[in-house]
Design a protein around this ligand. Structure first.
Ligand code: ATP
Ligand code: MG
Length: 429
């Protein structure tokens, strides 16, 4: 196939074999968020480029090299969203729904776009479920975010495979003082730093902390520690968060090098990481961004949020064999009809059954081939039962009811009794 007719590298089709697992994951998260009182918001996929530059920061990996940016026909510079927080903040400001100090607990789901090198767990179009909370400044809400994800890992069977890493970046004042001390220290060792870190030292020095370069890491061992520069308020906030995690019994490790890739974080930052996916180990990441709304032109508004990568979590469910058994079956009952009159009756009957059993997954294949080929299709569909409707059944107003998975003999069921019979033998999730 010519290249222009293929999907763009790093942008994947999610095929029908995969979508049940995606829906299971997204549905589990959505139900949990409903239960905790979070409400969904849907933002556009494209925004003005300026929005991302202003919020994410000019000297971050995303803005420097990962954005899909283009001019539209009016000459405006637009960008496919690389993350959700910027657009969510823009939306709450534009609609004035946080300005009077109103609490908003919002979540979103959808595709994000970053021009990165595609590999397992890293794509150019990927999907996140994210959430943002506005106007709550205490550590209790940071804890709620983490407690909620802990519950999610529990429901998905992933608790043993993830680890929580925590850090506090302090307020912008204390981070500023720390940044100065770090720059002074690193400048004295500049010759021994890797090239990337030398560049970051000038543009975004905190990012040097999460370098992968072994020599630079060795130098960092003696570098000043963020914890020693934390202001009292941030320290108390961090202690408050840890006390709550302890109260629920959620294990964590403090990672003083966790700085996150974006400019806007303050105080709490956290990541859920796994060693089950190779290099792409972060499945959920977030933190507090108390200065962001103001920086974007709003009133001072505390904020905190996280985003999780759906592809990575789906990969994890597969790798750890945590795909629920029932996802493999997508049809409960398969109705085969033979002959024109029987086909008409089958359609009417199937609609009656759907009225009575709205959750039943009933597939009707009237008119498609011989008895044998229809029956094969019924079996292949994974259905538990086949219903058979030919001229004889039509005359008697019954269907043949045939178990397909070895649960007994075929029997004859009257149309009027069919819904009640199906209700007893098909367990619906
Ligand atoms: P990484 O360090 O892996 O590049 P990040 O810090 O850039 O991640 P965030 O911006 O915090 O990622 O996004 C939150 C989550 O979204 C990540 O933890 C990850 O699960 C997922 N994610 C980020 N970038 C990608 C990508 N290119 N492909 C797939 N998932 C991604
Ligand atoms: Mg990244």
């Amino acid at each position: 196939m010519s290249k222009s007719l293929q999907a763009i590298r790093g942008m994947n089709d999610i095929l029908p074999e995969q979508t049940p697992l995606w829906r299971y994951f997204e549905g589990t998260v959505a139900r949990l968020l409903d239960n905790y009182g979070y409400r969904q918001i849907r933002m556009p996929i494209v925004e003005f480029t300026e929005l991302f530059k202003r919020s994410i920061g000019e000297v971050t990996d995303i803005v420097e090299k990962e954005m899909y940016t283009f001019d539209d026909r009016n000459g405006d510079s637009l960008t496919l969203r690389p993350e959700g927080t910027a657009a969510c903040v823009r939306a709450v400001l534009e609609h004035g729904i946080t300005g009077g100090g109103q609490v908003q607990k919002l979540w979103y789901v959808g595709p994000m776009f970053r021009h990165e090198r595609p590999q397992k767990g890293r794509y150019r179009q990927f999907h996140q479920i994210g959430l943002e909370v506005f106007n709550l400044e205490g550590p209790d809400i940071d804890a709620e975010l983490i407690v909620m994800t802990w519950r999610l890992w529990g429901e998905l069977g992933l608790r043993d495979a993830v680890k929580l890493e925590l850090n506090s970046l302090g307020t912008s004042e204390s981070r500023g003082r720390y940044r100065e001390a770090l720059v002074e220290f690193l400048s004295a060792h500049i010759d021994k730093l890797d090239e990337d870190s030398q560049r970051r030292l000038k543009t975004n020095p905190l990012r040097v902390l999460d370098t992968k370069n072994a020599e630079t890491q060795a130098i960092l061992v003696d570098a000043p520690k963020m914890a020693d520069y934390l202001d009292g308020e941030s320290r108390a906030h961090f202690e408050g968060l840890k006390a709550r995690l302890d109260a629920v019994g959620i294990p964590y490790v403090i990672n003083p090098k966790l700085v996150r890739g974006l400019d806007y974080y303050s105080k709490t930052v956290f990541e859920w990481v796994t060693d089950k996916l190779g290099a792409q180990g972060t499945v959920c990441a977030g933190g507090r961004y108390d200065g962001l709304v103001e920086q974007m032109g709003g009133k001072p508004t505390p904020g905190v949020g996280f985003a999780m990568g759906i592809e990575r979590l789906v990969l994890m469910l597969e790798a750890l064999d945590k795909v629920p058994e029932e996802l493999s079956r997508q049809v409960d009952v398969y109705l085969c009809a033979f002959g024109e009159a029987a086909e008409l009756a089958a359609l009417a009957l199937s609609e009656r059954i759907r009225d009575q059993l709205p959750n039943l997954r009933l597939q009707i294949n009237a008119g498609a081939g011989s008895f044998k080929s229809q029956f094969k299709k019924a079996d292949k569909s994974g259905a538990l039962y086949a219903l058979i409707l030919g001229d004889d059944e039509l005359a008697q107003q019954v269907v043949g009811f045939k178990p397909l998975r070895g649960q007994g003999e075929q029997q004859s069921i009257a149309w009027d009794a069919l819904a009640a019979h199906l209700a007893t033998c098909v367990v619906q999730g």
